[in-house]
Design a protein around this ligand. Structure first.
Ligand SMILES: Cc1cc2nc3c(=O)[nH]c(=O)nc-3n(C[C@H](O)[C@H](O)[C@H](O)COP(=O)(O)O)c2cc1C
Length: 151
């Protein structure tokens, strides 16, 4: 039987792996709800390949920690490329670990606004997720998946 599950691409940048742990929690929650996922570190692949993965998916979650009040440059470059791609109607989430101000997920959401996606509230996690904050990541992933499955 053909696989008709919608796909969520989760792409993140990270300095010290806290945002990776957030992304892994999101992936676990989304898979529990029955969507396919791809988990990509922005540093591991050419950005053109990441853009191609995202344009072929029904949902995208983009994560960056906040350094000096900004998202990391590789993720900023990626979202600028996404503004030129066909993103119409996808479910879109932005997330990231932070230390005190946590602007990055909100900045990414604002930059992606012209893409005409179904944008969710951002997820911000203080430091490395564990216990209740890891649960929060999983619940966020589940919510993304449910939004995709409702479409
Ligand atoms: C040089 C430096 C600058 C930082 N700037 C900020 C900042 O402006 N706002 C903030 O909320 N956290 C800031 N942080 C904290 C990081 O966002 C936090 O450690 C986060 O968990 C790192 O996530 P990562 O492991 O995914 O890189 C900074 C940390 C460092 C080392």
């Amino acid at each position: 039987m053909a696989d008709t599950k919608p796909k969520l691409v989760i792409v993140y940048g990270t300095g010290t792996n806290n945002t990776r742990a957030v992304a892994e929690g999101i992936e676990a929650g989304a898979r529990d709800e029955g969507v396919d996922t791809a988990l990509l570190n922005v540093a591991d692949l050419p950005k053109e390949e990441i853009v191609a993965e995202i344009t072929g998916a029904q949902g995208v979650a983009i994560g960056s920690p906040t350094y000096n009040r900004k998202p990391i440059p590789a993720i900023v470059t990626l979202v600028e490329m996404l503004k030129d791609a066909d993103m119409d109607g996808k479910v879109c989430a932005t997330f990231g670990a932070y230390g005190h101000s946590g602007e990055a997920p909100k900045t990414l959401k604002r930059v992606l606004k012209p893409c005409n996606m179904e944008q969710m509230e951002v997820l911000r996690i203080l430091g490395k997720p564990s216990g209740p904050t890891l649960t929060e990541c999983r619940e966020y992933g589940a919510e993304i998946a449910r939004n995709m499955l409702e479409k």
